[in-house]
Design a protein around this ligand. Sequence first.
Ligand SMILES: [Zn+2]
Length: 60
Amino acid sequence: MMHIAYEIDRLAAQAKRGTEHEDHDGSTFPHDHFGLYCGCGAALVDASMLPSEEEDGESR
Ligand SMILES: [Zn+2]
């Protein structure tokens, strides 16, 4: 699911922009904890804003 990782990375960059986390490197996306965390450990994005692996909307 590499495309999910790419989306997570984009979301993390967006969430960090304009905040104190902008300078922090890295982000964490634990699979058992639905949410996105900064490298410093703070929560960046709520689970409801994350793309779901079950419905990734890539129809063809
Ligand atoms: Zn941070």
